[in-house]
Design a protein around this ligand. Structure first.
Ligand SMILES: Nc1ncnc2c1ncn2[C@@H]1O[C@H](COP(=O)(O)OP(=O)(O)OP(=O)(O)O)[C@@H](O)[C@H]1O
Ligand SMILES: [Mg+2]
Length: 429
């Protein structure tokens, strides 16, 4: 029967792993009736061949903004196609949509410019791709409007994670007005912006806000029951029958509710990871212990991710503390951290910050929960000082994983801590 491959597990729980991927658009959007009705209303003009409305969608991470958008665009496209099939050539409606995830075109620690978004859009429409640099802004915008004009009909442009567009005025202001301004002749352009950053809306200039936020749709967080319903529907298709029970689904929902503020993505990830864990250890059906193991694994990855999100100075400081910790020297004083940090920064080709400059980052890392600080008091002569170690939530291995993934050149740098500390006048003896 079964193969003898070392990759084979004794139990198989996952039936269709694709259903757990970010690209997958669910067959149905559950528990979102009110929101979906608002969204459908906002899109109706497109179906009816009227000027499209712009919309702004907001809500916390994992509450279905992207999924609902992909779902409705697919429906809209299908329904317009069906409608066209019944009509004569004069009554055909042309509908096109593109979705850009602005996060993907923004640098990891910054925002994408209107220029970069315009390039990404041009490349969505063209077969022969253009390079991301080397064109004058004017050239790029005129290429974009040329493409849009050629398409005709209604074009909906979805800018997902639109908060990752900085100085967004040029595009966010011009696109919805392109026809009025005369950039395009026939094409009607609608803009949909999606964001989980609540401050983004209020930071928009009033003229952009008025257009983009013509329709505002708020996606509230899910309740634990709703999360359970959503992952139950997914499990039904993605997992084999009788490989899980209600207790496991409730637990995934409860953990996503408690630790990830009602994110369906988290609930889904917990279920998938628990299923994989169960397959690896041979549990059938999935046990609560598999879910807890999944939670550990996801938390581990989150922490690594959040180190990767820090700027390079902070990463190097964390790296310095981790090296001192490996050597059994933590909790350790600022001066020693600085001595190690300085070496790492030079190795990374950075200008090292002064001890005072580094100290600001250090206190910030303490506040963010990467490091833990202790206050020491050595009386009149020693004075007061702080010492630091990695926080309890963080292990040296996580730091190493993060430094590896950030492709910092310091990953391979070996330091002789002893001699560095001696040179800095910090010898123990
Ligand atoms: N109502 C729902 N019904 C079915 N699946 C859902 C629903 N809401 C969310 N999901 C699923 O949960 C996951 C996260 O949803 P989605 O990607 O839409 O979140 P988001 O609001 O766009 O989050 P972010 O702000 O982080 O981009 C996806 O796998 C999606 O398919
Ligand atoms: Mg999204």
């Amino acid at each position: 029967m079964g193969s003898n491959s070392i990759f084979e597990d004794d139990v198989e729980i996952i039936r269709d792993a694709d259903l757990f991927t970010e690209e997958h658009t669910p067959e149905k959007i559950l528990c979102r009736d009110d929101v979906m009705q608002d969204y459908v209303n906002a899109l109706k003009p497109v179906y009816k061949g009227r000027p499209p409305r712009n919309a702004f969608l907001y809500g916390d991470t994992g509450v279905g903004k992207t999924a609902a958008t992909k779902y409705l665009l697919r429906e809209l496209e299908g329904d317009i196609r069906e409608r066209n099939a019944d009509r004569g050539p004069d009554e055909q409606r042309t509908f096109t949509h593109v979705r850009i995830n602005c996060q993907n075109i923004a640098p990891s620690d910054g925002t994408a410019s209107s220029y970069q978004v315009a390039i990404a859009l041009v490349n969505e429409f063209r077969d022969d791709q253009i390079a991301s640099t080397g064109y004058a802004s004017r050239e790029v915008y005129s290429m974009l409007y040329e493409e849009l004009d050629e398409i005709g009909g209604t074009v909906l442009i979805v800018l997902d994670e639109v908060d990752r567009v900085g100085e967004s005025d040029t595009l966010l202001y011009d696109l919805p007005r392109a026809r009025d301004i005369g950039y395009v002749e026939d094409t009607r352009i609608g803009l949909i912006g999606i964001s989980n950053d609540y401050t983004f809306r209020s930071n928009l200039s009033p003229k952009v806000r008025d257009t983009l936020c013509e329709t505002e749709i708020k996606f509230p967080a899910y309740s634990a029951d709703e999360l359970e319903e959503i992952i139950a529907a997914r499990a039904n298709n993605a997992l084999h029958d009788e490989t899980y029970d209600k207790e496991v689904l409730s637990l995934c929902a409860a953990l996503a509710m408690r630790n990830s503020s009602g994110s369906a993505r988290r609930a889904m990830d917990l279920l998938k990871q628990a299923a994989e864990h169960a397959e690896n250890v041979g549990n059938m059906p999935i046990k609560p212990s598999d879910v807890y193991a999944a939670k550990e694994e996801l938390d581990y990855g989150d922490m690594v991710e959040s180190i990767i999100d820090q700027d390079q100075h902070k990463q190097l400081i964390i790296d310095a503390v981790a090296r001192l910790e490996t050597d059994g020297r933590t909790p350790v004083r600022t001066k020693a951290i600085h001595a190690i940090y300085e070496q790492l920064a030079s190795a990374a080709g950075d200008d090292p910050l002064s001890q005072r400059g580094m100290y600001n980052h250090l206190t910030r890392l303490d506040m963010l929960g990467f490091l833990q600080s202790f206050q020491n008091n050595e009386g009149l002569r020693g004075g007061q000082y702080n010492t630091y170690e990695l926080s309890e939530a963080l292990t040296v291995r996580q730091v190493e994983d993060a430094i590896d993934s950030s492709e910092l050149p310091t990953a391979d740098v070996e330091l002789d801590l002893d001699s560095i500390l001696v040179r800095a006048g910090l010898s123990e003896d």
